[in-house]
Design a protein around this ligand. Sequence first.
Ligand SMILES: CC(C)(COP(=O)(O)OP(=O)(O)OC[C@H]1O[C@@H](n2cnc3c(N)ncnc32)[C@H](O)[C@@H]1OP(=O)(O)O)[C@@H](O)C(=O)NCCC(=O)NCCS
Length: 180
Amino acid sequence: MNSPWWVKRVYMENIAPAELKQWAELYCEIWKEPPWNEDFWKPEEVIKDFQTEMSNPDSAAFLLLVDGSVKGFTHGYSVNREELRAIANNDLLDTIFSEDKRIYYIDELGVAKECRGLGFGKLLTARLQSEALGMGIRKVVLRTDTQAKAARRVYEESDFIDLKVFDANYPNRTYWLCKA
Ligand SMILES: CC(C)(COP(=O)(O)OP(=O)(O)OC[C@H]1O[C@@H](n2cnc3c(N)ncnc32)[C@H](O)[C@@H]1OP(=O)(O)O)[C@@H](O)C(=O)NCCC(=O)NCCS
């Protein structure tokens, strides 16, 4: 990639309105793709969700900026056993907690089509893994679709293992775990 790029940790205080808008538009575009097929996201609603997420001190969001434009994003936060049950809609992940009170959950990852295959997906994932470690959390969990081939590759290469635990509401999505 010849264009200048960087990864920015975004907070309510440092995100520019144009970045928020581009992030929301990219988010809506990316989730329309198969296997997600989510064509219902609206930028205005997504922006409200981002603002709520960024105001949570326990969450972290990173944007990939290329030539000053948002071309990728990731977002995560820590969860306790009950919170992960609410995400997975079952209690099948209880056992991964063992002695851990909190585990880090990667909620979102997306890279614009024109910037894929350059390592940005892995880089953004690594940023959230470091964030978890910085909080003293050694386990990171996420959910992805069995047909999301690029995402699965990214997570395999980022030391995640498919637990083959299926979500109760999304029967094609399984949970993956990485232990630092
Ligand atoms: C998943 C996603 C973020 C990856 O972004 P990226 O910047 O291309 O990721 P990277 O370049 O770090 O790595 C991609 C890897 O997937 C591989 N890949 C891409 N398409 C693939 C396919 N169809 N089958 C198998 N592997 C594939 C690439 O070759 C690369 O692996 P390599 O480094 O061993 O060659 C991006 O494809 C995306 O936004 N997809 C749509 C949203 C999504 O699925 N998000 C994850 C939700 S859990």
